[in-house]
Unconditional design. Structure first.
Length: 338
């Protein structure tokens, strides 16, 4: 081999070795991702969106930029979902409960007392059942990437402590825009009023509603303690959040870009769950310090509430489909080591 040929061969080898990198660079186009969410920037949701945004920018060499828009500035969950479906917005994170009108299987996550711990929640959401429910989204124009933790929900109100079922009688309680929540709280005797989260603080402040239910983190970050005196630890349901992408937009991305989003979503999920759990662990003391009066339910009252609430299970099962319901129960038995 003469020098020229050897050089040519070397150059060809180098080019071959570089080929994947070159394709990779071309595979990532400048992208602007409008990412909407409902809580404020200083919430567990806001912090995790930031982690997602940073991960996407880093992995794409700054080409893919995430514009995070919190505090429902792009509208409540239901409005953002429609914007994603239509392709007017790229991404969001929101409650699975507000998605039920689009994908009925999401109602599974509204089942009162479905899981007993965050460990069970992670196992069921990240396992085959969670994936199966998520797989129902694309036919509706949405792509689900990961579930985040919103958390176990607890009851607050401005009237009196709720320590037994009867205390809920006549309380005007804001619920998410979702039939399971509406039915659940009607069954408990409350006067349930569906409202978007973005209208909740002022509804509590003006007395349009007396109470609401959300995880400790949200009661803290949304400053509900300013307008709510009583907090009853009910843990009546575990709520997930879900990170969604517009399918219209997603389908135009390269495989590399899709992978960047999926990986960043997974990293944000791991961060978010840890951050949320750390904060939840401290939140009760913080809320007490802010002047909230907190009460636990006795085991007997807890059981009564649970019994009453699980009356809605039959209708959830019918809505999500008996097969999915039974598979979920079997999966939970497996997770619990049964
Ligand atoms: C925030 C909501 C909130 C949910 C609710 O956008 O509506 O009460 O718990 O987290 O998704």
């Amino acid at each position: 081999m003469n020098t020229t040929r050897r050089l040519l061969a070397a150059a060809a080898a180098t080019m071959l070795a570089c080929a994947p990198l070159a394709t990779l660079a071309q595979d990532i186009k400048p992208r602007l991702i409008r990412f909407g969410y409902g809580l404020n920037e200083q919430s567990n949701q806001g912090r995790a969106v930031k982690v997602f945004a940073d991960a996407v920018e880093k992995a794409s060499g700054g080409k893919m930029k995430v514009r995070a828009i919190g505090a429902a500035a792009l509208g409540p969950d239901t409005q953002m979902q429609q914007a994603l479906i239509g392709g007017a917005q790229e991404m969001m994170v929101g409650s699975t409960a507000t998605l039920v009108g689009i994908t009925k299987e999401m109602a599974l996550w509204d089942t009162p007392f479905l899981v007993n711990s965050v460990k069970e929640a992670d196992a069921v959401l990240d396992g085959p059942i969670g994936q199966k429910v998520m797989a129902k989204l694309p036919e509706k124009g949405l792509v689900g990437l990961v579930y985040w933790e919103n958390g176990f929900r607890n009851l607050t109100n401005s009237k009196h402590p709720v320590s037994k079922l009867e205390d809920l009688n006549g309380i005007k309680l804001r619920v998410m825009q979702n039939n399971v929540f509406l039915e659940s709280f009607k069954t408990l005797g409350a006067n349930a009023v569906p409202l978007p989260f973005s209208e909740l603080f002022s509804a509590l402040e003006t007395g349009t509603v007396d109470g609401q239910e959300n995880p400790f983190n949200t009661i803290l970050s949304s400053k509900f303690y300013e307008v709510q005196k009583y907090l009853s630890v009910t843990n009546h349901v575990y709520s997930p959040w879900i990170v969604l992408v517009s399918k219209k937009w997603w389908d135009g991305l390269s495989k590399t870009e899709q992978k960047i989003l999926q990986d960043a979503a997974s990293a944000s999920r791991d961060f978010e769950r840890k951050d949320t759990r750390d904060e939840a662990g401290r939140a009760l003391a913080d809320l007490k310090a802010k002047g909230m009066q907190i009460n636990e339910l006795t085991p007997a009252e807890s059981a009564r509430m649970r019994d009453r609430l699980t009356r809605v299970n039959a209708s959830i099962a019918a809505n999500v489909g008996m097969d999915l319901w039974n598979e979920t129960q079997a999966e939970l038995t497996k997770i619990r080591g049964g």
